[in-house]
Design a binder for this molecule. Structure first.
Ligand code: KG4
Ligand code: ZN
Length: 335
């Protein structure tokens, strides 16, 4: 890290093993695992950093959006620590953690930038004008991109979590061997759609005529094509007469770990004369450092006074980054 941005300590208590037998996250198991693991995790992280609670400037914690059991456990624990140590609590939107994580990785990344936020629950294009200033230009009208990777993995029997497994298998397949649709490609509508692609993957598998590696490769190529087309549209939409031009194309969220998607976006950015910034893989998938960093960004804006009301924060299952964004058409719309 540059510019004094140093991660002193970070631990991740992965729950993947607990959820793997079920092929996806089971809310009750997730909430229970948070209760069991969080306190020792915080103690271990502080010990690793050689610090105590008294050394903190503030405590940042995720207040949503997400599975409410885990969010509540985390937020209540943070409130208890904040009260016990008389530190301000900064309630952070999980998506904001992803949105600002590229600035943790790259101190030279300035606002405004265009962000592709692609995770297990979201697929959005956001114009990021500053801390707390997000304008949603596009979202998915059905499935999130990570969800499409996870479902493809399930269809191909690759286990959970699916993204990395699909990427590995795709590397050994021929993307042209299976014809798959590219939903909304070339559409004037700004949004993403992946449900039709997922259904086509299921049909291709059921047809029994294709190697799994070819299906994985064809799926990943279709996903890349959709992401490129929609992001190119987003770059055009992010430019407006009354606003400062974006300086960079940025990708964040778990799917940003995908090398094919990163490479495609890097070329797209270059073609538009934009910098391309993607956090290191460890900062792409969910992690605590990005939430701490978002807390620091808020703290830097207003100091302790500006953030001191976190004790009133409530856990929110839904929490859009841009509350003014028009709802996208379609059922099962993600905030
Ligand atoms: O941001 P994240 O860690 O958690 C959420 O907030 O959802 O994202 C997890 C998602 C999962 O759907 C996972 O399959 C996907 O990111 N993912 C990937 C890769 N690594 C993780 N998708 C494609 N390729 C990858 N290498
Ligand atoms: Zn996430």
């Amino acid at each position: 890290m540059t510019d004094g941005r140093v991660i002193l300590a970070q631990h991740i208590a992965s729950q993947d093993d607990a959820h793997r037998p079920y092929g996806g996250v089971v809310p009750e198991i997730a909430a229970r695992a948070h209760v069991e693991r969080l306190t020792p995790l915080i103690a271990a992280t502080l010990a690793d950093a050689g610090l105590t609670l008294a050394d903190m400037d503030a405590i940042a914690a995720t207040a949503g959006p997400g599975l409410i059991g885990g969010v509540m456990v985390g937020l209540v624990s943070a409130k208890a620590l904040a009260m016990a140590s008389d530190k301000p609590l900064i309630a952070i939107n999980h998506l904001e953690g992803h949105a600002l994580s590229p600035r943790l990785a790259d101190a030279t990344l300035a606002f405004p930038y265009l962000l592709l936020l692609a995770s297990g629950g979201h697929c959005q294009l956001l114009r990021v004008d500053g801390v707390g200033r997000y304008r949603r230009l596009a979202t998915t009208i059905d499935d999130a991109l990570g969800e499409a990777f996870d479902k493809t993995a399930k269809i191909l029997g690759l286990g959970y979590p699916g993204g990395p497994a699909v990427e590995r298998l795709a590397a050994t397949g021929d993307p042209k061997a299976v014809k798959l649709p590219r939903p909304l490609l070339g559409s004037p509508e700004p949004h993403f759609s992946f449900a039709g692609l997922k259904s086509a993957v299921l049909r291709a598998k059921q047809a029994g005529a294709h190697a799994d590696a070819d299906i994985a490769a064809a799926f990943q190529q279709a996903a890349v094509d959709c992401v490129l087309d929609r992001t190119a549209r987003g770059i055009a939409a992010a430019h407006g007469p009354d606003q400062p031009p974006i300086t960079a194309l940025v990708v964040a969220g778990g799917v940003a770990a995908n090398r094919a998607i990163r490479a495609a976006l890097e070329s797209l950015a270059a073609a538009h004369g934009l910098r391309f910034v993607a956090p290191p893989l460890a900062l792409c998938t969910d992690n605590a450092a990005m939430i701490a960093w978002a807390g620091l960004e808020h703290l830097a804006l207003g100091g302790r006074e500006a953030v001191a009301d976190g004790l009133d924060a409530v856990a929110r299952p839904r929490w859009p980054l841009d509350p003014e964004a028009e709802p996208a058409r379609g059922a099962g719309v993600k905030a």
